[in-house]
Design a protein around this ligand. Structure first.
Ligand code: CA
Ligand code: CA
Ligand code: CA
Length: 346
């Protein structure tokens, strides 16, 4: 599979008899399985802006520990730490649409309401976005688990969740599908795109896609990666978190300290709870998880609370507001571990 960027792609399809391809709207390009010989020819064609190999992306979670449900409903430490309950008097995320680009979301969890979605894994798109891993369901619960009598409650319990399945049952996927997911989010008028995934491989197509989505008003929130090495002189932030058009989120533990595995780098914008986070899981269950995968959805939820309170706010304005209200951690001012600091809803 390759992503081909052209200045008018229809001739590529005709000239090289490409039968199965995905046409993107967010960028002027297609992705398709093409032979090496065709790829070499296209690379030399001046009408092609660029052509690149597809690459894998992975969830940014750590090994999971599924646990049985624990009713009655509890406010987890992370939800309290970002001051979500204090914000609920003014906003619960109503009328804000959040696309979770992940392994899907459980379609039968009693603590989650999913408004819609799409499955982009495999050869053809379909509506089978049900989660077959658990990771996407965990992320979704952090954003918007229902405020009822059971399990947990999310940061923005009345926000509308959309399951965009771009990762398989093992938590792996392809950049080409992530681009298609961003495309879907734009076509379906999402307000926030939450991505708890990453790769160390740079993609111009993914960079262009997030930049264009941000330009048309979507706020993109991305896990920084669990690639931290404890060395501040090396930048460990993964893509797409590394791009200017997205908010890169690092993880902190109960003591507001970033674990060594939380990626550090100049791109880190906000920090959020990401160690021992209890949330929804598949099969109606709940689980404790750690990772920058868990931190990013806290920021997505807080963004939904801010947006819901003032629907006219642009994604740039929300981004500025989150940076402004964050509680500074670590060395004074913006830094490579915590960015502007711990995200705050209240
Ligand atoms: Ca609940
Ligand atoms: Ca480092
Ligand atoms: Ca700081």
């Amino acid at each position: 599979m390759a992503v081909v960027i052209t200045k008018g792609e229809s001739w590529v399809i005709k000239e090289h008899s490409i039968a199965n391809y995905t046409q993107y709207k967010i960028i002027n390009s297609i992705s398709a399985d093409i032979p090496e010989s065709v790829s070499e020819k296209l690379k030399k064609n001046p009408k092609i802006k660029y052509i690149e190999e597809d690459a894998q992306v992975q969830i940014a979670g750590k090994p999971s520990q599924p646990q049985p449900p624990q009713p009655p409903q509890q406010i987890t430490w992370g939800i309290a730490r970002v001051k979500a309950p204090e914000a609920w008097n003014n906003s619960t995320g109503k009328n804000v649409k959040i696309a979770v680009l992940d392994t899907g979301i459980s379609n039968s969890h009693p603590d989650l309401t999913v408004s819609g979605g799409i499955n982009l894994v495999g050869k053809s798109k379909n509506n089978k976005w049900n989660d077959d891993n658990g990771h996407g369901t965990h992320v979704a619960g952090i954003i918007a688990a229902r405020n009822n009598s059971i399990g947990v409650v999310g940061v923005a319990p009345d926000a509308q969740l959309y399951a965009v399945k771009v990762l398989d049952a093992y938590g792996s996927g392809y950049i080409s599908d992530v681009i298609e997911g961003i495309d879907w989010a734009v076509q379906n008028n999402m307000n926030v795109v939450s991505m708890s995934l990453g790769t160390a491989i740079y993609s111009q197509a993914l960079n262009d896609s997030t930049a264009n989505a941000y330009k048309v008003g979507i706020l993109l929130v991305v896990a920084a990666g669990n690639s931290g090495d404890g060395n501040l002189s090396t930048d460990d932030v993964l893509y797409p978190a590394k791009f200017d058009s997205v908010i890169a989120v690092s993880a902190v533990d109960f003591n507001n300290i970033a674990p060594i595995w939380s990626a550090d780098g100049a791109e880190i914008e906000l920090a959020a709870p990401g160690v021992d986070i209890y949330s929804t899981w598949i099969n109606g269950g709940y689980a404790n998880e750690s990772g920058t995968s868990m931190a990013a959805p806290f920021v997505s939820g807080v963004a939904a609370l801010v947006k819901s309170k003032n629907l006219a706010m642009s994604s740039q304005e929300i981004r500025n507001a989150l940076a402004y209200s964050a509680v500074d951690l670590g060395v004074p001012g913006r830094d490579r571990i915590y960015g502007f600091g711990l995200v705050q809803a209240g």
